[in-house]
Design a binder for this molecule. Structure first.
Ligand code: HEM
Length: 144
């Protein structure tokens, strides 16, 4: 198995962790907007996990990009438009920035409901960027 195939398989699989933790973070944050619950470490968990999986995804993506460049393997050759690789990279990085803001801004907010609001807003925006960046024309699971 080539280094490219290993990196691509990890990037493919981690995409599901990104999506699962993202949906979990958004649902959890929205459910606290009525102000009836404090924002405890248990509520923070999906937000932190979402940020962690996003950071890992960006690192794997950058490694893939660099390795494919060195090996002269075309990136997203079957995408239909050559700009897709840059849309994928840009939206992916933006998603990680928003996912980080979900974590930091929900820590800084002055009230409990403010913490939920920050987590819901930034996690939601990160999830939208991810849905836009996703290459749905590629395999849903890696081929081993
Ligand atoms: C953060 C959200 C991201 C998600 C959900 C995501 C998801 C994916 C998926 C599902 C694939 C296809 C895997 C396969 O064919 O098995 C892929 C490929 C790829 N991604 Fe990402 N990615 C993200 C961010 C990034 C970033 C930030 C970069 C770059 C620097 C990047 C670079 C790449 C590259 C180079 C490929 C391989 C393209 C090819 O094989 O032709 N990704 N990504």
């Amino acid at each position: 198995m080539s280094f490219y195939a290993i990196l691509l398989a990890l990037h493919n699989l981690n995409r599901w962790l990104v999506l699962l933790t993202g949906v979990w973070a958004v649902i959890q944050s929205i459910s606290g907007l009525n102000g009836k619950r404090p924002f405890t470490p248990a509520e923070r968990r999906p937000v932190s996990m979402f940020m962690g999986t996003l950071h890992l995804q960006v690192v794997l993506g950058l490694l893939l990009f660099a390795y494919m460049g060195m090996q002269k393997i075309p990136v997203f050759a079957g995408a239909g438009r050559s700009s897709f690789q840059w849309e994928h990279l840009g939206l992916g990085v933006l998603a990680a920035v928003f996912g980080t803001l979900a974590s930091t801004q929900s820590r800084k907010a002055g009230s409990e409901v403010g913490k939920y609001r920050a987590a819901a807003l930034w996690s939601g925006l990160a999830l939208l960027m991810i849905l836009g960046a996703m290459p749905w024309f590629r395999p849903l699971l890696p081929h081993f």
